[in-house]
Write a protein that binds this ligand. Structure first.
Ligand code: C2O
Ligand code: CU
Ligand code: CU
Length: 499
């Protein structure tokens, strides 16, 4: 699985065809030109209990060539990292863009009226000032636009940022917490650039089918970052804010990552993983030891959805054998997400892993509770091939309708959902609730799915127990959807109320 540098170079040289899907072509040893990785500005609202975000137009030269037109919050591209604590947090969002947006708090457990879904449009020149009643365990969450039918394009242009819910007790837990020093936020995205080096977003039919996958990796909006870390244990807060790319992350020299948190907060103790799958919308926190072994690189295997294991192979393998072999080559390739360089002048706060992390790990009772089947549907008929956006994406056979409430859940209950995706792997997300993953294709969930989750990759079948503690009425219902944003916009979404 893990390639050495030579193999990686050979791999990069062999697969140059980029017509259908191209792969991030970063070579493992080309790091001299790279610039120090920047983190988004930290907007610390822990003590003030308030923050402001202004959605604005931006201009960024991502590749050192032509400037791209971007969107950002308080800056050109992406937004600041919000650090908040439990209690009332006053938000103020202003929209100076030429189109309406929304701001959804993905991972915050809030009632529907504060959730920022597609019903909470902020028109040009307007503002939205919700008071967020934050009451949840420490975790890494995020915010992004959720505008009806244009979420994919707007997020791609930059309307997203990270949130850190904190209780100020990480030092007691033995966890690094110095932002940008030993606690690094990594916002993972992928983009395509045109010949002039401008970011481009022109999804073709194939891009709509498997989601828009780029050929360059951005970390925190940077294409050429190099993370400088102390010689010790460093915390990485990983957020997959890509439109569609599923990362399978590993460290180049095979050293483990010690997972400490999933979407909804801490695990009870660090759990070593060699490979970590992170689909769009998901977060994971890991500790990496840069002590004895020193520098290494964060790598990813190719996205399985665009390889032969996914829809491409299944659907077209028979028709086009050559194509499917090409897809195999893409899938088996790995690429650099972010190189790390140890600087001995920096000091790390911890040099051993904590044995225990206090946490409230999921342990829900699934006996005798209400079941629901959720089928993530893509129809591959002629409508899909010729009808463009909107054709074929649905949940339980019904494409999203902003006027329709799909069902109502009783507040304070737990439900057992059986989520199925026969064709392609889809990251399934629920607003306003966390869930426990019961099984993946009948098996015990992988380590990355053993903590509280709000998004889970469904590759055939996943069973979850969902706890609904937050109310949402008809005017501001909660969404449930695929977090491949092209799929969401095209109708793989539904809405429910909690009363
Ligand atoms: Cu991250 Cu409904 O979204
Ligand atoms: Cu969400
Ligand atoms: Cu999907």
């Amino acid at each position: 699985m893990i390639m050495n540098r030579r193999e990686m170079l050979v791999g990069a040289a062999c697969a140059t065809t980029g017509s259908l899907v191209s792969s991030p072509g970063v070579r493992a040893d080309d790091f001299s030109e790279r610039k120090k990785l920047q983190l988004p500005e930290l907007l610390d609202a822990q003590t003030t209990g308030r923050f402001g975000l202004t959605a604005m137009d931006g201009a960024v030269s991502f590749t050192g060539q032509a400037t791209s037109k971007t969107y950002g919050f308080n800056q050109d591209y992406l937004g600041p990292t919000l650090r908040i604590a439990n209690g009332a947090v006053q938000a103020r969002i202003q929209n100076t863009l030429n189109e309406a947006i929304t701001v959804h708090w993905h991972g915050l457990l809030l009632p529907g009226v504060q959730d920022g879904g597609p019903h909470q449009k902020i028109a040009t020149g307007e503002s939205w000032t919700p008071q967020l009643d934050v009451s949840q365990p420490p975790s890494t969450a995020w915010y992004h636009t959720h505008i009806h039918e244009h979420t994919a394009r707007q997020v791609y242009q930059g309307l997203a940022g990270a949130i850190q819910v904190t209780d100020g007790r990480d030092r007691d837990r033995g966890l690094p917490d110095a932002y940008g020093e030993n606690d690094l936020l990594l916002v993972l995205q992928d983009k395509r650039f045109d010949d002039a080096g401008r970011m481009s977003y022109r999804p073709h039919m194939m891009d709509l089918m498997h989601g828009f996958v780029g050929d360059r990796i951005l970390v925190n909006g940077q294409t050429d970052g190099l993370a400088v870390v102390p010689r010790g244990i460093v915390r990485l807060r990983l957020l997959n804010a890509s439109n569609a790319r599923i990362f399978s992350l590993f460290l180049e020299d095979g050293r483990p990552m010690h997972m400490i948190a999933t979407d909804g907060g801490y695990l009870s103790k660090p759990a070593a993983v060699r490979q970590l799958r992170l689909s769009p919308g998901e977060r994971a926190e890991v500790l990496v030891d840069f002590g004895k072994a020193g520098s290494t690189s964060l790598m990813s295997a190719e996205d399985a959805n665009v390889g032969s294991g996914g829809m491409m192979g299944g659907m077209m393998g028979g028709m086009m054998g050559g194509m499917s072999r090409m897809m195999d080559a893409f899938r088996d390739r790995s690429f650099v997400v972010l190189p790390f360089s140890v600087d001995d002048r920096l000091k790390s706060s911890i040099d051993r892993l904590p044995d225990q992390i206090d946490s409230d790990v999921p342990n829900l009772d699934g006996k005798g509770i209400r079941q629901r089947r959720i089928s993530l549907d893509m129809s591959m008929g002629p409508g899909m091939m010729h009808g463009g956006m909107g054709a074929g994406f649905a949940i339980n056979g019904r494409p999203f309708d902003i006027e329709r409430t799909d069902f109502t859940v009783a507040k304070g209950t737990v439900e057992h959902w059986i989520v199925e995706s026969p064709m392609l792997a889809h990251p399934f997300h629920i607003h306003g609730a966390y869930f426990q993953v019961l099984s993946e294709n009948g098996n015990r969930p992988g380590i990355e799915n053993r903590g509280w989750k709000d998004t889970v990759l469904v590759d055939k079948q996943v069973e979850i127990l969902v706890r609904f503690d937050h109310a949402a009425a008809d005017q501001k219902p909660f969404m449930f959807h695929c977090h491949i944003l092209e799929h969401e916009d095209a109708g793989m979404m539904g809405q429910f109320t909690v009363t």
